[in-house]
Design a protein around this ligand. Sequence first.
Ligand SMILES: O=C(O)c1ccc(O)c(O)c1
Ligand SMILES: [Mg+2]
Length: 628
Amino acid sequence: MKTSIATVSISGSLPEKLEAIAGAGYDGIEIFEQDFIAHDGGPREVGRMIRDHGLEITLFQPFRDFECLPEPLRSKAFDRARRKFDVMQELGADRILVCSSVHPRSLGGIDRAAGDLAELGAIAQERGIYVGYEALAWGRHVNDHRDAWEIVRRADHPNIGLILDSFHTLGRGLDSESIRAIPGDKIFFVQLADAPAIDMDLLYWSRHFRNMPGEGDLDIRSFMQAVMATGYAGPISLEIFNDQFRGNNPRGVAEDGYRALISLMDDVRRAEPDTPVDLPEIPARVKAQGVSFIEFAAQGDEVDRLSAFLATLGFRRTGRHRNKAIDLWQQNDIRIVVNAETEGHAAHAWNARGTCICDIGLSVTSAQDTVARATALGSAPFGQPVAPGELDIPAIRGLGGSVLHFIDAESGLDQVWELEFTPVDQDGAEAGLMRVDHLAQTMSYEDMLSWTLFYTALFEMEKSPMVDVIDPDGLVRSQVVEAPDGALRITLNGAETHRTLAGRFLAENFGASVQHIALTTEDIFATAEALGRQGFEPLPIPQNYYDDLAARFDLSADFLARLQAANVLYDQENGAEFFQLYSRVLAGGMFFEIVQRGPGYTGFGGPNAPFRIAAQKRLERHKSVPKA
Ligand SMILES: O=C(O)c1ccc(O)c(O)c1
Ligand SMILES: [Mg+2]
């Protein structure tokens, strides 16, 4: 399977685009004419530069407003085509995209279009060029791939074929199944783009909001299943017009696309095992079983402050690493690792960000398979020197320099705590915190699609619709990705300004990072009491909040008083209850949340988020934030 991406999908100059595309692992590019024209260098040089990057030109595009013109416009269009064929021959490109005309003087008519294309096919044939015809969703007379196919069929020329673009088909709500009847060898090229479900003008939607397969809401998989069922064996190419991507880091966008493409084609193969897909076998999406550990990087006094804080949450230091300055803190199924090493990944993270969460360990069925899938999707494996007696725990780089480790029982990696840590018997009462409910990552708004794709391509996780959270100083977008059984839940918060709490955290933390950890209890009031005895200071919630609760829900005065006394936030979903208790904000902007999730409650207390953020900011302004 040849992977390809249109140069228009990536930001930067042509050399920068090529560097990013080649680095991300694609076989070829669709060269967008504008990228070529804007470049200072002739077609031969450009062709050489592309090939020097190990890339081939899969398509030259677009050629517009060709078919169905009256004379003298018709002859002019043929002249234009001949000139473009000249350029293509110098570039070393043999395939061109002709998109359906939007010309005001285009006459329309299927036979007229077929006649024009057949004549163009004869000219192309002399040059060894293949012409693909694409129906733009807003084409003047042709805006449906079924009509484009009828034109190509009637043109009946070996150098004239069809180009399919998932956006034009799915964006107009056309049924992909109609593709199955087209002979695969008459499909000359396939372009893929997803898009978020927003109701707007088709052209505007297409030119500004396309995104990578899986990042939007279109059913790209069904589209691609239908395409592969035809026997199509040509390149599969991403053509993504997106305003935001045009400003993002070129390599990051190219890598997202590669991850999206491989993951999509793996899905297509699994959905239709009898259809050949020429792609190396890769392990299936991984079923995450939960968070095995959360690792903090800390140094010096910060270790003591963090340790004291963990103790107020009912954690006990249960182990000390045999060879390293690493402590293990535990409470029921929750493990927190405090890494004070002065070399290695944790030390690097600390140097860049101070006390922070530098690593997440996830429990999976097979750590090897997880790394194999992640690397097939373009992630870099991560490794550090392993001392004798230590386990080599498989790991990858996530996005933005983050690290994820994978622990399984299958290869005995779950023995790491007994093998590498000396037990420490430390006193202290626990507070009924049972397991990790979710991790909340903060990132810049531009990185949200990348992270969502990262998790949903690697794990059996689904995304929920994006919601807005109001910070008094701006908007934060929030998106949940979670395993169907809730074993792993991650909330992604995208900050748009530095004035929001999330935005400030981000500014101080260089890229996406876990900003808060939510832990479950089965009895929020008992936990609140136990925490109080350990000296835990909750985030104070104002009276107004409880007055409003009394109006929103049918709660007894006693119950409201209990909530208020414990600074517990409350929510309901179809009668199922949800309770939240927040810590104060630690150095660097991190905090903990304690939740009690009633059976059937699937949310995250979204309605409470603005009040929680306002309370955190109020405390911060009063400078009563304890330094962790
Ligand atoms: O927006 C456009 O004009 C345009 C051009 C070429 C394409 O392949 C396409 O899908 C859209
Ligand atoms: Mg297209």
